[in-house]
Ligand binder design. Structure first.
Ligand code: PLP
Length: 379
């Protein structure tokens, strides 16, 4: 099945009880057993729930994976992957990451004796200097949040495989519509479903997709044992959101391109980060591993201190100043004071996350209204 068909149908069948075409919200914590152990595969909703199960199958299909696991947030999903590790293990990860990933690595898991190397992943072979017998996991994000660095997934996968390392890819920014890390050799794909997959800024959810049977068993054990699983209402909302993922992503890409092109020559803009530009670092890799460049655009403002950046960030009328991304509505975010506040200044500035950086999540409104809003806010 092709992407659009999977987005609408995968994992979903008419309800066996009533024939309902849409998967019902199975709002139940527990399930009747005829005699102990004699049940229909559902015992308790922390572990299994039919609405969530349909969603997990749909997510797995979209990422060309065998198994899907939904979590109550993207961080819940990340946390489950980290629980595969034990004290003494080492992780190689990128130097530009979602702030919450940086925070859970350094503030939660370093405490348990796990070591993280934050490296420049612009060339996959850069990781070789950090591989040793304690290395277990490679965690990358591409495009990165917020500077849109592109990492060669296939290149990193080859080196990871050769060294027996688990490769996990946070595919939130691309969404499965633009990029499928599984096809490029990743072992785990992680999503903040909250963003493009949910697509309507009304649910917080995460997901892990895997192919390997043992890895799935290990992650399912953690999922059930630790319990960060989402409820059926949220699973229903995401199933509904996914039905238009391909339509929304097409529109995000079109509007993203127009916004990026408009800002590139704007006199108030200094740097612009959007992987569709030929002069964007690793643009050729983006072209190879992605089917489009997405709706995320970051810019730095020319000659703007923090106060001036705040003034501009607060002067939009269509773009809403808010954390998060990937919804149908356009959002603007100031990473330093919002999403990336937990990363120390000297760390973030190394990769260009400066006080005058703004990140746009370009929505699917009419492009002329978005451009007019940018025009007036930057005037
Ligand atoms: C938002 C986000 C996360 C965290 O997901 P939540 O659903 O907010 O817990 C992880 N990675 C990236 C790239 C994100 O944008």
């Amino acid at each position: 099945m092709k992407f659009a068909t999977k987005a609408i149908h995968a994992g979903q069948e008419p309800d066996p009880t009533t024939g309902a075409v849409m998967t019902p919200i199975y709002q139940t914590s527990t399930y009747w057993q005829k005699s102990p152990g004699d049940h229909k595969g559902f015992e308790y909703s922390r572990g299994t729930n039919p609405t969530r199960k349909a969603l997990e199958a749909c997510l797995a299909a979209l990422e060309n994976a065998k198994y899907g696991l939904a979590f109550s947030s993207g961080m819940g999903a990340t946390d489950a992957v980290l629980k595969l590790l034990k004290p003494g293990d080492e992780v190689i990860t990128g130097n530009d990451l979602y702030g919450g990933s940086y925070r859970i690595f350094t503030k939660v898991y370093e405490k348990y004796g796990i070591k993280f190397h934050f490296i420049d992943f612009s060339k996959p072979e850069n990781m070789l200097a950090y591989v040793n017998e304690r290395t277990k996991l490679v965690w990358i994000e591409t495009p990165t949040n917020p500077t849109m660095q592109i990492i060669d997934i296939e290149g990193v996968a080859k080196i990871s495989k050769a060294n027996n390392l688990i490769l996990a890819v946070d595919n939130t920014f691309a969404s499965p519509y633009l990029q499928n890390p599984m096809d490029l050799g990743a072992d785990i794909v992680m999503h903040s479903v909250t963003k493009y997959i949910g697509g309507h800024s009304d649910v917080v959810m995460g997901a892990l997709l895997v192919n390997d049977d043992q890895l799935y068993k290990d992650l399912w054990f953690i999922y059930n044992a630790c319990g960060a699983t989402p409820g059926p209402q949220d699973a229903f909302l995401v199933l509904r959101g996914i039905k238009t993922l391909h339509l929304r992503m097409k529109a995000h890409c079109e509007n993203g391109e127009q916004v990026a092109k408009f800002l590139k020559t704007h006199p108030k803009i200094d740097k612009i980060y959007w992987p569709g530009f030929e002069d964007h670092p690793n643009h050729d890799i983006a072209k190879k591993q992605m089917r489009g460049f997405g709706g995320m655009v970051s810019v730095t403002l020319k000659d703007a201190d923090l106060q001036e950046t705040f003034r501009i960030a607060s002067s939009f009328k269509v773009f809403a100043l808010a954390e998060s991304l990937g919804g149908v509505e356009s959002l603007i975010n100031h990473p330093v004071s919002m999403t990336h506040g937990s990363i120390p200044k000297e760390e973030r500035e190394k990769v260009g996350v400066t006080d005058n950086l703004l990140r746009l999540s370009v929505g699917v409104e009419d492009i002329s209204d978005l451009l007019a809003d940018l025009e007036q806010a930057l005037a």
